[in-house]
Design a protein around this ligand. Sequence first.
Ligand SMILES: Cc1cc2nc3c(=O)[nH]c(=O)nc-3n(C[C@H](O)[C@H](O)[C@H](O)COP(=O)(O)O)c2cc1C
Length: 215
Amino acid sequence: MRREPTPFGTAGYGLFHGDPSPLENLFYLRRSCRDFKKQSLPLSAVARLLYGAYGITGSAQLEGDQTMLTRTVPSAGGLYPLELYAVTNDVDGIKDGLYHYDVLHHCLEWLPEGPRLEEMGSCLMAQYFLQNANVVLFFAAVFSRTLNKYGPRGYRYVLLEAGHCAQNICLLVAEMNLAALCVGGFHDSQMNRMLGLDGRSEAVVYCLGIGHAAG
Ligand SMILES: Cc1cc2nc3c(=O)[nH]c(=O)nc-3n(C[C@H](O)[C@H](O)[C@H](O)COP(=O)(O)O)c2cc1C
């Protein structure tokens, strides 16, 4: 079947016509970085990134007397199945190592048994260009939160939600003049073990390196 093109004309499409908006500019700026510079990162930048990924933005009234805390991303059923873990490397004012992001209190919880970034090379499939990143952020899923309501289809919802979070980070990073790499290539079992997750009830689904671009 022949498809007739329908041109948009010149009205209102910032990406191709007229000046891009600040958000549209970030679409252009966002690129994958595989060359991070050794330079410290302020803790406030980490706080801003974590908040942007999954922070609480307000509350919404549900049926009956229930309220739901809203976040920076949509979530199937408002169930928020993700937990965020960060392996830090030269972040001002904190020890290098593994932290869990406590969303409710907007703070980091130190997990002393966790790895340091230099120990993670083989889990990350020898993607050594991540070694100078300041933060390697892991999105782990507590599957039951979503699957209890949606069944197996919930797997899809959990993964889609991780994508929403990652995109927030990618655009924030571009706005903050930092750099990021989305990473799907890691050894799942080894990674879960390193982060102290059992890999069944809670498992890493996505990962992002964040830091300063070299050059
Ligand atoms: C789900 C996903 C997984 C990815 N995994 C990796 C990875 O393991 N290693 C890597 O170097 N890049 C990875 N990337 C980055 C892509 O290679 C990159 O986005 C693509 O080449 C387009 O380039 P750009 O991001 O600069 O526009 C991944 C991207 C996505 C969306």
